[in-house]
Design a protein around this ligand. Structure first.
Ligand SMILES: *Cc1c(COP(=O)(O)O)cnc(C)c1O
Length: 416
């Protein structure tokens, strides 16, 4: 049997041919807006394929036309991203938000119903609950404590069950690490699907991906990433990605062409560089997070720790979902300090190594205060219900030496 290489072994070479670029071992930055056709016939053929005017002949490739449609740095990046999630096709975007909004706009139309989990990333929450309704799209949301039966009843109670078009979830939820069951969500989508209309499940996999969770394997139709986070991983680029089947991605890429929100060549190139170290970075982050969580679990100034590694068999369903769909405990930890905003701020202001900033998944460790920062916009009642209270701190664990991260946390907790 042919040996199948792991994605991390292919991140330096997959999809790139040095002989097409003067033997350069790394892909050059194809900083170009347009591409020269060898002949008018070739230009015609490229357009026929790009615009779907005819099927490809056997062995025929999509030609390079114009960098809004495609560019080698993006093509190579998209090919490599497919390896982690074992997706048929990927599309790179100029931000996570542009990947998310393009998917929502492509698969929803006025009158439709969107079913979404809460909490969602602030930007996604705003687009779904404030902007989509302006376009006549209805939204219903569910929380982690609702059973599948509750959610189904809730959809039926809207009177719009036949208009359901998409289920959209984020798991683990930010910042509480609550888990949603991907397979269970697809079962809900299937229940309302008809032979004419398949209801899609889209999963924002930014918190765990692309190494630690593969939603497509659990029934998701589309996977979304803010590539600004783990994929980019160095806090120096904003980007996004969407992955799925050829059939669905053709539509996503089609709308991307006309919205013009694809990533540029420089962003594509930066992400190619990041992907080479993705596995070593994420392995180290998970290794460090395990140790930091263990330290927090035993600290007398810490009231509660929200970390996937803390789930035990007696936690029932949450534990089972983790066993089924998560390949790691991840690199994100939230915790409640004893006290409130004053104590939480004292901690944040006392950190020396860990940076006080939003975002996550980067090489440097970050800390922030969800209630007043990333989740400031969430309704107060929702915040209380979701345990996003004034005493909560969210940590994104980086690749520093874990003893240094722990010692920084320790000295900052002492200041409270
Ligand atoms: C950051 C983030 C986004 C938005 O991505 P941008 O690259 O900032 O546009 C979406 N979802 C999640 C879970 C995120 O953390």
């Amino acid at each position: 049997m042919k040996h199948k290489m792991k994605p991390e072994s292919l991140m330096m070479s997959h999809g790139y041919k040095p002989e097409l670029s003067e033997g350069a071992i790394k892909s050059p930055i194809f900083q170009t807006s347009t591409f020269v056709f060898k002949s008018a016939e070739e230009g015609k053929a490229f357009f026929e394929i790009a615009y779907g005017l005819r099927e490809k002949h056997k062995g025929e490739k999509t030609g390079l036309i114009y960098s809004r449609i495609n560019n080698p740095d993006l093509e190579i990046l998209e090919n490599r991203l497919c390896l982690w999630d074992e997706a048929e096709e990927a599309a790179a975007f100029e931000s996570g938000m542009s990947a998310i909004t393009t998917v929502l706009l492509e698969f929803l139309k006025p009158g439709d119903l969107l079913l979404s989990s809460i909490p969602l990333y602030g930007g996604s929450d705003h687009f779904i609950n404030k902007i989509l309704p302006k376009w006549g799209i209805n939204v219903a949301s569910f929380t982690v404590d609702q059973t599948k039966e509750d959610i189904i009843k809730q959809v039926e109670a809207t009177g719009l069950a036949d208009k359901l078009a998409m289920v959209y979830i984020e798991t683990p939820a930010n910042p509480t690490n609550d888990l949603y069951d991907i397979k269970g969500c697809k079962e809900i989508a299937n229940l309302f699907s008809t032979p004419e209309k398949e209801i899609l499940l889209a999963v924002d996999n930014t918190y765990m991906g692309p190494l630690w969770q593969h939603p497509l394997k659990h029934g998701a139709d589309l996977v979304l990433y803010s590539a600004t986070k783990y994929i980019g991983g160095h806090s120096d680029v904003i980007a996004g990605a969407c992955l799925g089947s050829f059939k669905l991605m053709k539509r996503v890429k089609g709308l991307r062409t006309f919205l013009g929100n694809m990533a540029g060549p420089w962003t594509g190139w930066l992400l190619l560089r990041s992907l080479e170290t993705l596995k070593v970075r994420m392995d180290t982050q998970a290794f460090n997070a395990e140790r930091v969580a263990n330290f927090l679990n035993h600290h007398n100034k810490v009231e509660k720790v929200y970390f996937l590694g803390n789930l035990k068999e007696e936690d029932g369903e949450q534990y089972q979902i983790k066993q089924r769909q998560c390949l790691s405990n991840g690199g994100m930890i939230s915790f409640d300090v004893k006290g409130g905003e004053k104590e939480a701020f004292k901690f944040l202001n006392s950190l020396k190594l860990i940076k006080l900033a939003v975002s996550l998944g980067s090489t440097e460790s970050l800390a922030e205060h969800p209630a007043t920062m990333t989740h400031a916009d969430v309704e107060f009642a929702h915040k209380q219900k979701l345990s996003i209270t004034e005493k909560m701190i969210r940590l994104s664990i980086g690749v520093e030496n874990y003893n240094d991260i722990i010692s920084d946390i320790d000295q900052a907790l002492e200041k409270i």
